[in-house]
Design a protein around this ligand. Structure first.
Ligand SMILES: [Zn+2]
Length: 588
């Protein structure tokens, strides 16, 4: 076993056994049932009642907590409709669409074929390929969810409005802005400037047929969009050895309709962890913060973004990891095939899930979604969506990709009711979160392996270098990466062999690990500098260098090539600097 794997697989078997034994269904299942009667729109009265249910339990158990009420930018959809050739079609408008105040916007209907994406996470990030179609001033009809990436492309092409054909009988709710959390002066111009609606698959087919016969269509929407107070509840169970260092476990409480699988189960799971960890609080080495956000569904992660902004420096200094909890414990969710984890956390996640469930997870790179409002700071992160149905089960049921509910297509619809939750799966998943969080709280050395991150960078650079051929020199980045790799090996070999979270040598080692995150995560997950939030669209690995994959090399256009080369040079400089700072951190 390498030194790094000894560190990532560290656990206190006795305490872990006690914590896992303590996890029970009684309280969380009742909370899921209570939540299943409340429509939890951000900032609404029913959402507030759901928060009060959590607060009552925390009070009863003596878990310290605070309810914040930040003013955030929130959008609540109202009625919407589509009319074409004298027929009215049922429609929903996503949060942050332009409101027409119920008035019809009329224009030529143009159909642009577009896929929905293969994976659960494509739902959030794919764009629209126009294939030369001229859409300016027209109403664009295309397939997929009304996602930010697609709506951004429609706006850029000058479309008058967008109609999205959802893949099934149900119309899925959603949010269509690329602005991450509350808009700032730079982000505000990206606010959606067109009305957007979604229709179901059969109605979509009728509209596509109409579009092929040169039809005109009308779109009407109504939304209540503006600044309002939303609740953010944060419980904190202080650690005993290094209380200033903390793990943030978090998930959204707001949702669509009764939102049982997305995300009443997650809220209940976090509450159960609060109960059990509080009972073992005298044994905890570091602090556990548990946050329930509002503003996720109707403010594009407004709650978690507010928390990130408000606690930025504390997160940067003392955040050990952030762990997101969304859609655990759903029906038929027998795999962990769409689990996300940053590379340095993969050995931990793999070990803990196999140990607690016997299932081998298939961790993926976290997409730009799911309350990951901490990438710019550089917090090690794992989990977003939870357990999920197998590909075979989904195929057998003819299910399309959705972004939650363990793959159940009730996601973001009126059908996300009690039958979507599953007791056995919820118990199993709560144990996964409990063991994962416990290991990070207790491990004397943060249980991360940064050589995995270096290996991921190497794979990415290989791919980009292959695409560039002789046209761009990745040499300086390779040299810096080799030097970091060598330094990391020495760093792990010399890791303190004994001591607790409060020992000076251990603290130094962990401080260096956290700073590795501050250098290596932003350059791999964000384009903007620390403390600014990238748009809610796909961020490829080492994003500054990803344009090397574009076809501009082959265009023969010197302007395109010149701009691409300048972009890559700047991106390479940023990467080399991050790698050098990371190396100096572990050598210090
Ligand atoms: Zn969710």
């Amino acid at each position: 076993m390498s030194r790094a794997s000894v560190i990532t697989e560290w656990h206190d078997a006795v305490l872990e056994g006690r914590v896992l034994e303590g996890i029970a269904l009684k309280v969380p299942w009742r909370v899921v049932e209570d939540f299943s009667k409340l429509t939890r729109l951000s900032g609404s009265g029913e959402e507030r009642r759901a928060f009060e249910i959590l607060i009552r339990h925390l009070d009863q158990w003596g878990v310290p907590h605070r309810l914040h009420e930040p003013m955030c930018f929130i959008s609540i959809p109202g009625p919407a409709g589509v009319r074409c050739n004298g027929t009215a079609y049922r429609a929903k408008t996503p949060a942050m669409s332009v409101s027409t105040d119920g008035q019809d916007i009329t224009g030529e209907l143009v159909y642009v074929p577009g896929g929905g994406g293969e994976s659960a996470y494509d739902v959030f990030s794919t764009g629209v390929e126009f294939g030369g179609a001229r859409v300016a001033g027209k109403i664009v009809l295309t397939e997929g969810m009304a996602s930010p990436g697609k709506v951004k492309d429609l706006m850029a092409a000058g479309a008058l409005a967008g109609i999205f054909v959802n893949p099934g009988q149900n119309i899925h709710e959603g949010i269509c802005t690329t602005i991450w959390g509350t808009p700032d002066l730079d982000a505000a111009p990206r606010q959606p400037s067109i009305p957007v609606v979604a229709v179901n698959h059969p109605d979509g087919q009728a509209l596509i047929r109409a579009a092929q016969g040169e039809a005109r269509a009308s779109v009407a929407t109504r939304l209540d969009t503006g600044w309002r107070r939303i609740p953010v509840l944060v419980a904190e169970i202080p650690g005993r050895q290094a209380p200033e260092d903390f793990v943030l476990l978090h998930g959204h409480l707001d949702g669509w309709h009764y939102g049982v699988g997305d995300n009443a189960t997650g809220n209940a799971a976090m509450l159960e962890l609060a109960r059990v960890f509080s009972r073992h609080r005298r044994r905890l080495a570091r602090s556990l913060r548990i946050a329930w956000w509002s503003g996720h569904s109707h403010g594009r992660y407004a709650g978690s973004t507010w928390y990130s902004d408000t606690n930025a420096i504390d997160l940067a200094r003392h955040g050990v990891a952030q762990v997101n909890c969304d859609s655990p414990g759903c029906r038929w969710a027998t795999t962990f095939n769409h689990l996300t984890a940053m590379s340095e956390t993969v050995p931990l996640v793999d070990a803990v899930i196999r140990a607690t469930t016997g299932i081998t997870p298939r961790p993926e790179r976290p997409p730009r979604a799911g309350d990951y409002s901490f990438n710019d700071i550089g917090l090690s992160s794992f989990y977003m969506l939870s357990s999920t149905m197998s590909e075979e089960d989904r195929a057998a049921k003819d299910y399309y990709a959705v972004g939650g509910c363990g793959g159940n297509i009730a996601w973001h619809t009126e059908d996300d009711l009690m039958d979507i939750a599953d007791k056995d799966n919820l118990l199993r998943d709560m144990r996964v979160y409990a063991a994962s969080v416990l290991r990070v709280l207790q491990a004397p050395l943060h249980p991360f392996d940064w050589t995995r991150t270096a290996a991921e960078f190497r794979e990415t650079l290989d791919r980009y270098e292959h695409a560039a051929g002789e046209r761009f020199d990745f040499g300086p980045a390779r040299t810096a990466l080799d030097e970091l790799d060598a330094a990391l090996n020495t760093f792990y070999e010399r890791a303190p062999g004994r001591g607790t979270a409060r020992t000076a040598a251990v603290r130094r080692f962990n401080g260096a690990q956290r700073r590795l995150g501050r250098h290596l995560i932003p350059v791999n997950y964000s384009r903007l500098p620390a403390f600014w939030h990238d748009p809610a669209v796909n961020v490829p690995p080492l994003p500054d260098l990803a344009p090397v994959l574009s076809a501009s090399w082959a265009s023969g256009n010197p302007a395109h090539e010149g701009m691409l080369r300048a972009h890559l040079t700047r991106g390479r400089n940023r990467l080399v600097w991050a790698l050098e700072q990371a190396r100096e951190t572990v050598q210090a």
